[in-house]
Ligand binder design. Structure first.
Ligand code: COA
Length: 704
């Protein structure tokens, strides 16, 4: 067995090093080894103080999340270790560099002293995984830093800097980084070694909960609002609150029970699935891990519009120089000014300093000439979504870009093979589908064309990591993964209007489900004209259904493009959104013309009608190999389309619901919706097969 907890002596001080790369997660074996070395340090009479430190960049990213669902751990080894540390007869000092998260922070809370490097970050992110801190975090933390601050850390999941932690007493001292840290920590341990008493969370009796009768309700109301459907933050609150009601030991027992309850919940499974799916998405099955990315030191962006500007900001934020090319000087000036304005707004809100604004702007250049971008390592085209325009850009790039440069198109629907074919170097051509606003949205669909080279794909994935995005590799098809699945989702939302549901009811049913925005509000935001233009691509594909996106097309014809026009499915006045006064009549007229009877529609029907066909489209995408694994689709939908991560994404959710339930509901709608049913409710072959075998989606399309 490899050594994951090392024991070292520095005269009268013992240092126990966690050594479990890459992030020193505290799995069963690590906890057992650390427990063993801890007992060894306690037993040695010449050891006066014990330091818990770590090898590598990170102190510890917490309990081993991969053990949460396997039933191997349940955290009892970590809890036993922490209880032993808390009961230590010798002072214990935690030496925190990099990060102390979750169980990693809980480990330090069981110690008497916490020292940190200036760059360290400390936090309890468990709620992001659908659980609560389960190894004392909710009981020891309030005893150390007070109730309110502990509630904030445990329910928000957000880490804090060492400086902030020092201010509110989570950290005792900040010591310089590197070798000096090691020396400083040992000197500190020596200075406290012979003191008679040492601070310990176990000795603190917390004051009773705030007397104000409504204090608890106020916390709960605020947490419920910011949790947006997630249950773990309220559970974390409940546990922290218990620290004011129960002695430590009983509080710890109750905390462990709540942890297990959350871990066994659908939300726990969903959020943990997304955590691993996001990391898995960075692996491409048929490309060996040792293929190296190409250089990405300079970037050029074609098109100074909103998309080009947003994309550029990501690179500037990461310290990478960008040149934006726009053929019109006026367009270029406008684009560069818009970027500056965005940064200045951030500075005015206190999110960055004026100096940082200038640093970023100093990395940005503009040109109207293709010759000026010949040296760029990566060129991203972000011009108008039109095949001819894009082909022209790529033909020109082929003549100016240096050999080995990656040529990327930011198309959302177009065929990247066709674009690559106009160049003499299709192996260097790739799709990078950023989402709007590109400086905010985390998702990038990385489109792998027929001839895209493995190292070009690796570069795109590396790029995502550098600019803090989540990249998902997808194949070429109309709309790739996200927009292709949006099609049946939006189609049903539009059709439900004709059958009698209001925009409000449709949007509300789906936001209640957890979508961050209802589908019709999404169309109003994206522009009903844009939707209609995309449908123009192939109207024969839905010519058999006169009701297909009928209302969206009509709104577009009437100039009711949505938010930008002040009118769409809704009316927009400033920040107010209300019913479009003409819509009900328009819908009734169209329904009558199409012979569709209007009726009462339940929220359940809305959710099933919109989401089951979306899931089935996801299954087809897997059948065709457009996505590598269901988890990749989940990452796309949670990061680009507002699907609630606590449901794990549409494909994970589908397995939770059950293939049979989805299939039977689809067949039910096929029957009950008259002519319309057989037009669109035709379950995929794989869905049928899964129902017959009673297996889960992941048995046919695994997530590894
Ligand atoms: N348990 C198990 N594995 C973990 C882990 C944990 N607590 N934290 C990270 N890992 C794994 C990741 O799955 C990844 O594995 P892979 O290389 O096989 O894909 C690897 O460690 C590196 O993590 P990654 O997230 O890619 O590195 P990063 O440098 O971008 O981020 C962290 C580092 C620590 C910020 C990030 O991993 C993180 O947030 N971890 C979870 C922290 C947490 O929620 N802890 C609470 C648990 S009690």
């Amino acid at each position: 067995m490899s050594t994951q907890a090392e024991f070292a002596r520095f005269e009268n001080i013992a240092v126990l090093y966690l050594d479990n790369p890459p992030v020193n997660s505290l799995g069963t074996a690590v906890c057992q080894q650390l427990h063993h070395t801890f007992a060894q340090a306690l037993a040695e009479p010449t050891v006066d103080a014990i330091i818990i430190a770590a090898r590598g960049k990170v102190f510890s990213a917490g309990a081993d999340i991969s053990e949460f669902q396997s039933g191997t751990a349940g955290g009892s080894d970590l809890r036993d270790l922490l209880n032993a540390i808390a009961a230590s007869s010798k002072p214990v000092v935690a030496a925190i560099q990099g990060m102390a998260l979750g169980g990693g922070l809980e480990l330090t809370l069981a110690c008497n002293y916490r020292l940190a490097t200036p760059s360290a970050r400390l936090g309890l992110p468990e709620v992001s995984l659908g659980v609560i801190p389960g190894a004392g975090g909710t009981q020891r933390l309030p005893r150390i830093i007070g109730l309110e601050k502990a509630i904030e850390l445990a329910t928000s999941g957000k880490p804090v800097s060492a400086k902030a932690a020092l201010e509110f007493g989570l950290v005792d001292q900040i010591l310089p980084e590197g070798e000096d840290f090691h020396t400083g920590v040992i000197a500190f341990a020596r200075s406290v070694a012979n003191k008679d008493t040492h601070p310990s969370a176990g000795d603190v009796a917390l004051a009773a909960a705030p007397a104000a009768a409504d204090a608890r309700q106020q916390f709960e109301a605020a947490i419920t609002k910011s949790a947006r459907g997630r249950t773990a933050p309220l559970k974390a609150f409940e546990a922290v609150w218990l620290s004011t009601e129960l002695p430590l030991e009983q509080g710890l027992e109750r905390e462990a029970e709540i942890f297990l309850e959350c871990n066994a919940s659908e939300q726990g499974r969903g959020l943990q699935h997304i955590f691993f799916a996001e990391r898995k998405a960075a692996q491409i099955r048929d490309i060996p891990g040792d293929v190296k990315p190409r250089a990405m030191d300079t970037v050029a962006i074609i098109g100074a519009g909103t998309m080009g500007g947003g994309i550029a900001m990501n690179f500037l934020n990461a310290g990478i120089p960008v040149t934006i090319l726009d053929l019109s000087q006026e367009g270029l000036d406008r684009g560069l000014a818009a970027i500056r304005k965005n940064y200045e707004i951030s500075a005015a809100r206190g999110k960055m300093t004026a100096e940082q604004v200038e640093q970023r702007m100093g990395l940005l250049g503009g040109t109207t000439s293709y010759a000026a971008i010949g040296d760029a390592d990566l060129v991203i085209e972000a011009v108008f979504e039109n095949m001819d325009v894009k082909k022209k850009v790529f033909a020109t790039l082929d003549t100016v870009a240096k050999s080995g440069a990656i040529l990327a198109t930011n198309t959302s629907t177009l065929d990247v093979n066709e674009i690559a074919a106009v160049t003499s170097r299709p192996q260097d051509v790739i799709g990078l589908h950023f989402f709007s606003p590109a400086n905010v949205m985390r998702l990038v669909e990385i489109v792998r064309a027929r001839e895209t080279a493995p190292d070009a794909l690796k570069t795109a994935l590396h790029m995502c990591k550098v600019i803090k995005k989540v990249g998902v590799v997808v194949g070429v098809c109309f709309g790739f993964v996200g927009n292709r699945m949006m099609e049946p989702y939006g189609r049903e939302a539009h059709r439900l209007l004709l059958e009698g549901a209001t925009p409000d009811q449709i949007d509300h049913a789906l936001t209640q489900f957890g979508m961050s925005m209802g589908p019709l509000s999404v169309y109003d935001l994206a522009g009903n004209d844009i939707g209609a233009a995309i449908r123009q691509h192939d109207r024969t594909a839905f010519a058999h259904d006169g009701s297909y996106y009928r209302i969206g097309d009509l709104l577009s014809e009437r100039g009711q493009f949505g938010q930008k026009a002040g009118m769409g499915f809704y009316r927009y006045e400033g920040r107010d959104k209300s019913a479009n006064p003409d819509l009900a009549a328009m819908v009734a007229e169209q329904a009558a013309a199409l012979g569709i009877a209007q009726r009462e529609i339940s929220d359940t029907e809305i959710v099933e009608r919109c989401l089951y066909p979306l899931v089935d489209e996801g299954i087809r995408i897997l059948e065709e190999g457009i996505a590598q694994r269901p988890g990749d689709i989940d990452v796309v939908w949670c990061n680009g389309y507002g699907f609630p991560p606590y449901r794990g994404g549409p494909m994970h959710w589908a397995d939770e619901v059950g293939m049979k339930v989805i299939y039977e509901a689809m067949m039910g709608y096929r029957e009950s919706l008259g002519d319309y049913g057989p037009k669109w409710f035709n379950p995929s072959d794989s869905l049928e097969k899964l129902v017959q075998s009673g297996a889960k989606l992941t048995s046919l399309f695994p997530n590894d």
